[in-house]
Design a protein around this ligand. Sequence first.
Ligand code: GLN
Length: 565
Amino acid sequence: MSVRKPLARSVVRNGFDGSQHTVGMPTNTGYDPSLGRKFIFVTGGVMSGLGKGITAASTGRLLANAGFDVTAVKIDPYLNVDAGTMNPFQHGEVYVLKDGGEVDLDLGNYERFLDIDMTSDHNVTTGKVYDHVIEKERAGDYLGKTVQIIPHITDDIKRRVREAAADSDVCIIEVGGTVGDIEGMPYLEALRQFAHEEDDDDILFAHVTLVPYSKNGEQKTKPTQHSVKELRSIGLQPDVLVGRCPDPLDAHTREKIALFCDVPQDAVFSNPDVDDIYHVPLMLEEEGLDSYVLGHLGLTDEALTQNERDTEWRERVTRATEDSIRVALVGKYGLEDAYISIHEALKHAGLERNVAVHHEWIHSETLADGEDGELSDVDGILVPGGFGSRGTEGKIEAIRYARENDVPFLGLCLGFQMAVVEFARNVLGLDDAHSAELNEETGHPVIDLLPEQKDLDDMGGTMRLGTHITEITEGTLAADLYGDTACKERHRHRYEVNLDYLDDLEANGLVFSGTSGRRMEILELPEHPFFFGTQFHPEFRSRPTRASPPFLGFVDAVCATGGEH
Ligand code: GLN
């Protein structure tokens, strides 16, 4: 393939109303997706948890800064069809896409770093692949053939990658897990075939690996050598090696890796620890990773020169903060990864307002009745989403404290539902009010099962999921925050406000300022400095350069009232 397509120079931003607008550079026209599409495969060596996803997403950010349309695919070699049924405590947050896909949290990183909206097709799992192949087998589509991992499973993997990449210039494909894992084998074999089928300059293999220190402070290359040996034994030669180490790799370490792993010295990159993941693209740019990748893919002529590159990311993530605030996250999982999108959304709002947002974990089970202890030290209270009854009384207690003491409060999904329960109990006087999810016996199920959820057998993929439009009442805080009469946000819930209690709740001052048909989507208390809850999850649409309106409102309110509590 010799003809290069004109590559996109446009930066498309997604508006909160779902519209898209193009900024900066002229829109690419006459794009033929069958020409010159580039694939960057990212594998991991030695051990998991190296930050392979952040490295991959950061590389994508740099290529986007150079003017290319970049997308990503995350391969998860587990048998679950999707992440929807996984426990966030073990696996981290379940990220929700606009089409309702319940996916690995790495897709959240890709959406945030690349400022794109992905779909379920961008998360390939072994469960999905086998499901599809077995379905085809049952339908007789294989015409009597023996159905096998090679070629049927590998063909389906390649098809999915190509389809997900179709509308972009460059697609970054991250293979989850570590090279050598049994589960990952069919994917690596599919990659090998890919390399066989595509032109050399349309594919780049990057391997992210661990470079540990020995006891005497020496950077050790042996684990990297072994993991590259493993890759090569299955027919894959990495083009680029990225060494994860607390510090930059020494010249000697680079030389050694280059020699033993058979890559040029300038294809070995350092990826040292940084305090802020949003600085990883900046650091990789300084290392020259983007120039090397563009050169390898034959895109150097097409890329914008250094001073033409989009610098919005750099400007945003390196802003100096003038102030700092402390907010409490009241939840049941102490694990940071279980609420990663909420942390990021708070950070985005802070970046927009030049404020450092520090969050403190308050384990909801520790908030005993009437004891506000830890809450009195914070400037704002956020109650996130969740499932199951553990810790809910503590969440209700935290909401009562916020409501009665004029502390800014943001409630998301379960946090929204618990705000309704708290209001019903303490303002309406319905002492045993609860969500039917958490107490089936309650005499006042102010939060109840969505009607269509009543007779479900399957738990996977059956919640109210993905983007739905919320109509916003004019003159409310919600209208002010969104600057609009509607918003499009992502959902993931089975329960909702029980309309039997609506009149009572409203008559006592609770305002439902956002609705979707007869579904209550946003609540607020007009007399309170900031008491705001959403049945949806605004955190999934927040981006470093485009903070989410409810989070911005929350941070503004915390700044305005901070220190008074
Ligand atoms: N458990 C609640 C429901 O299913 C809230 C879900 C959530 O917070 N994502 O409706």
